[in-house]
Design a protein around this ligand. Structure first.
Ligand code: GDP
Length: 456
């Protein structure tokens, strides 16, 4: 529900900072400005202009801080309401006192995400865009930022709008026919309906498939370095991170603890885990390391299976190959700077192999690309519109929308009545509406906006 009162909150992070901002939104924003802000000279605040002045206590006009104020008149503001921003000195107490002054001047403390919720309810952004703002705030890499920005700008909403338009067209054709049930649907119209619904099914399916990428883009991937001792796992970790963090040694099995590093491949966060030499051993500490590594094997999204190109394959390598069955992995042949002894025919034939040298760095770039392309397709990387589904809410809704169209197809081919066909199309349209927020129930909105911080 939307109560048209005036809300206020601290918009900057709590703690020490250069400046702190208190944001106020609602019909009384300008009244509150009059009560807590004294600019130099006469007259009120003009919209979208920055004023220097004194922020004062509404009760006795005593000075709280000096700072800047900007009033953004509706609808040209974040919430499409009148918005006042008071910029004061940073620091916990100062900002808190300025907020307090606004509350005593008549504002109510906002709830989490309430500013963004108002932007949504006032039609400035749709729900997909509102949700992208959370992704935007939480972005840690360029790639997730690019996708979040694109969604915020409305590319996903626009795509959904197009699909809904096509579905509405198909629905209108069916409904027109329902008005004249005595007439048969002519073949041309039938074909048109089928192709419109089919096109929508395809587009929605593609969006649904993009979730696999979207999740990777948002959360990154974990990559496990696996291989028998001394094949060069720590050296590869170093080569990938360009930091001498893991201890490189000639003694097999010195990497006893599992070491992790986060690297950035074209903006994708990749967590590299150096397993402690997966192998059978009687050494107890070693055993502990192996247990952890095997656990990690299950958790990793991708395994880099390292073998030493300067030595022949042995039973330890082959044991590992067995443990890898069913996992996504890349075979990495290391030490290619040395004379090669390895018989590659003994390696798993179905997996791609990358030749590298952790020592002189050859092949490392190809390995980075291979890691990237095993998760993010070229199409996604080079797509200009950066559309990918990143939220499980969207995925669940798309599954419903696609299911309804699959049902439609079955009904259509079995010659079902227009009424039945219309139900499926409306169901798919309703799902799209839930995604963009046209028909999203209030309790779902509560959950979405409560994940924002107060002041956003
Ligand atoms: P790990 O036990 O699998 O972690 O192996 P390390 O990274 O500790 O490497 C074992 C030994 O192999 C060290 O002496 C490294 O210097 C050496 N080594 C690792 N990678 C290469 C490589 O590409 N070429 C050569 N010539 N030596 C390497």
């Amino acid at each position: 529900m939307y109560v048209e009162d005036t809300i206020a909150a601290i918009a900057t992070p709590v703690g020490c900072g250069g400046i702190g901002i208190v944001r106020v939104s609602g019909p009384d924003a300008s009244g509150i400005a009059d009560r807590v802000f004294r600019k130099q000279g006469n007259g009120g605040l003009e919209s979208h202009r920055f004023y220097y002045g004194r922020i004062t206590d509404p009760a006795d006009s005593s000075l709280l801080d000096e700072g800047m104020a900007v009033l953004m008149r509706a609808p040209r503001s974040y919430t499409r309401e009148d918005v006042l921003e008071l910029h004061c000195h940073g620091g916990y107490l100062v900002v808190q006192r300025v907020l307090d002054a606004c509350l005593r001047a008549g504002a109510r403390l906002s709830e989490a995400g309430e500013f963004t919720r108002r932007a949504f309810l006032n039609g400035r952004i749709d729900l997909c865009q509102a949700e992208s703002i959370i992704d935007l705030i939480n972005s840690r890499t360029e790639m997730s930022l690019a996708f979040a920005q694109s969604q915020r700008e409305g590319t996903l909403s626009a795509r959904l709008g197009e699909i809904a338009g096509v579905l509405r067209h198909a629905l209108a054709l069916i409904e027109a026919f329902m008005d004249f049930p005595e007439e048969d649907l002519d073949v041309a119209t039938q074909g048109q309906i089928e192709s419109l619904a089919g096109r929508s099914r395809e587009e929605l399916g593609a969006l649904l498939e993009s979730y696999a990428h979207g999740k990777v883009i948002r959360d990154g991937i974990s990559v496990l370095l696996a291989g028998k001792p001394n094949v060069g796992k720590s050296s590869l970790l170093n080569a990938l991170t360009l930091e001498q963090r893991a201890i490189v040694s000639h003694i097999p099995g010195t990497t006893r603890d599992v070491i992790e590093e986060i690297i950035n491949i074209e903006g994708l966060p990749v967590r590299i885990i150096d397993s402690a030499g997966i192998r059978h051993s009687h050494d107890e500490i070693e055993q502990e390391g192996i247990r952890r590594s095997l656990e990690k094997l299950a958790l990793a999204d991708l395994v880099l299976f390292l073998v030493d190109g300067s030595a022949a394959i042995d039973h330890q390598d082959l044991e590992l190959v067995q443990a890898l069955s069913g996992k996504r992995f890349i075979t990495v042949i290391n030490k290619t700077d040395l004379p090669q002894v390895l018989d590659e025919k003994a390696l798993p034939a179905d997996a791609q192999a990358v030749h590298i040298s952790s020592k002189d760095g050859r092949g490392i770039e190809q390995l980075r690309s291979a890691i990237l392309s095993s998760f993010v397709s070229e199409r996604v990387l080079t797509s200009r519109d950066h559309i990918a589904i990143t939220s499980s809410r969207h995925r669940d809704i798309l599954i419903r929308a696609v299911d309804a169209l699959d049902k439609f197809r079955l009904q259509f081919t079995s010659g079902a009545s227009g009424e039945l066909l219309a139900i499926d199309l409306r169901e798919s349209l309703a799902a799209i509406g839930e995604m963009t927020g046209e028909t999203t129930p209030d309790d779902i909105l509560d959950i979405i906006f409560s994940s924002f911080c107060i002041g956003k």
